[in-house]
Design a protein around this ligand. Structure first.
Ligand code: BES
Ligand code: MN
Ligand code: MN
Length: 459
């Protein structure tokens, strides 16, 4: 391994320039005007995968954006790892809040700033470099490897479940590795063993065929903006508990051992409030902040739109009101059941004074694994070697829907090997990645393949 690690250390500076080229491609999957950029990014990844020594590299078309596939299967008897990541990124708005252009990666204070630096191009790139180092130095990898990069993660992986089902043989493996999650804190590497699921809706209300003069009609016609807020106000009680009937039926209670372990993590609520400008934390009573984000479901309004929001005043009764809302789910909540419960509840509480339309946008199941899995243990040793400190075990509040698909369709456990920090502005202006975590992540990934190679697998 020493020669592999030496190679990584020697090339350290070069990696940042290479990563900049990947970060320069605005592969925003949510916006049609970036469709060509998304394709260009897939092609860039395919080229890079060939260059670092992966074989059978190809773009596989889906009804949406292509999956980039490549493999190296030259280690008979050793395990096969399926690497999953995404090359698409979130939109950059509000653009004026970026301190440097989102697609011109810029280095400041030990961080590389660009859209996609942490989520997820920078983390995918760590594995490109770890593979390259093994192949250049030893002419081989210690394990068999299949790479699969998707281009629709940030819009809900709409075609990925079908893709996995249609390519079961191509994806045959022993374990999935994903670097698309976080690390607990600076200097506190972690292994994530649980993710929340997600359901997402748009609610549209219409109260009249056109905007109305609020003097001539106000008081006699329901205001859809007010009705919408009244509906939304009935989603949570004052203690932060969600009021959708049946919502908590399948929620797996937190285990006492888990609560105790999390209570020992170096979480500083005061700093958390300060870092994110939060006057006072709020959440379901009876739970700590970590418990609320990792192990409890929630309901959020992601966006609200209605009426006059320009400068000055306009006396108008808006014709329509719209909200985007989502719920994060935890084991063993089922997205389909929750979607039905939510729709039933909204239909029940919405008054007849407005037309109601509910649109299902995306969904994904929650996921959790037990960490006595030998691959998780191998990953934890690799993290210790890369970061100089054994990882703490965490769950996270974010969602990666395909993780449960890998489990259900391919029977594969996943190892979440993430190095993003909570303050790295994923999905927000000034997204960044800590350069020393990036570098240590490459080293840890190089060790990961080596550690995983020693896990015994059925022939
Ligand atoms: N990388 C994130 C998921 C994530 C974030 C995992 C933080 C662990 C910690 C991913 O790119 C993402 O943003 N997922 C979406 C899922 C959605 C679009 C279906 C999310 O969590 O909102
Ligand atoms: Mn991601
Ligand atoms: Mn994301």
């Amino acid at each position: 391994m020493d020669n592999v690690i030496d190679f990584i250390n020697v090339n350290r500076e070069k990696y940042l320039d290479e990563l900049k080229a990947l970060l320069a491609i605005p592969s925003v999957s949510a916006l049609p005007q970036h469709a060509d950029d998304v394709k260009r990014c897939a092609a860039w990844c395919a080229e890079e995968m060939k260059r670092i020594g992966l074989q059978n590299v190809r773009l596989i078309d889906t009804p949406g954006n292509p999956v980039v596939y490549g493999d190296w299967m030259g280690a008979p008897g050793a395990p096969t790892m399926l690497f999953y990541g995404h090359y698409d990124v979130q939109p950059v708005d509000p653009l004026d809040l970026w301190e440097s252009p989102p697609f011109e990666a810029t280095i400041r204070d030990g961080e590389i700033y660009a859209r996609g630096s942490a989520d997820d191009k920078g983390q995918v790139f760590m594995h490109f470099k770890a593979v390259e180092a093994h192949v250049r130095q030893n002419g081989r990898l210690p394990i068999n490897m299949r790479f699969m990069l998707e281009g629709e993660e940030e819009v809900g992986s709409l075609h990925l479940d079908d893709f996995v089902r249609a390519h079961k043989a191509d994806l045959k493996a022993d374990v999935v590795v994903i670097s698309d999650s976080g690390m607990f804190d600076r200097g506190v590497p972690s292994m994530c063993y649980g993710l929340r699921g997600l359901v997402y809706f748009q609610i549209d209300l219409r109260g009249s065929s056109t905007d109305l003069h609020s003097g001539m009609f106000g008081g006699a016609v329901a205001n859809p903006a007010l009705v919408l807020t009244q509906i939304l106000a009935q989603m949570k009680d004052r203690g932060g508990r969600i009021k959708i009937p049946g919502f908590y039926d399948k929620v797996r209670p937190l285990e006492e051992a888990e609560r105790q372990a999390w209570a020992k993590l170096p979480f500083n609520e005061k700093k958390y409030r300060k870092d994110f400008g939060i006057p006072k934390v709020f959440g379901e009573s009876g739970y700590t902040t970590l418990e609320r984000t990792w192990a409890r479901p929630t309901f959020e309004i992601n966006g609200l739109l209605s009426g006059f929001t320009g400068e000055g005043a306009k006396t108008v009764l808006p014709a329509v009101a719209m909200a985007k809302v989502s719920m994060r789910l935890v084991p063993d909540q089922d997205p389909e059941t929750i979607m039905n419960q939510f729709e039933d509840y909204v239909r029940k509480i919405a008054p007849k004074t407005v037309e109601l339309k509910i649109t299902r946008m995306q969904g994904g199941k929650p996921w959790m694994t037990s960490f006595d899995n030998p691959f998780v243990q191998a990953a934890s040793r690799a993290i210790e070697r890369g970061f100089g400190r054994a990882p703490v075990f965490t769950r996270e509040g974010g969602s990666i829907p395909v993780v449960s698909t890998f489990q259900e369709e391919l029977g594969l456990p996943s190892v979440l090997f993430g190095v993003g920090l909570p303050d790295e502005n994923a999905h927000a202006p000034n997204e960044k990645l800590d350069i020393s975590n990036f570098h240590n992540g490459i080293i840890a990934a190089a060790y990961l393949y080596d550690e995983m190679a020693r896990v015994a697998v059925p022939a």
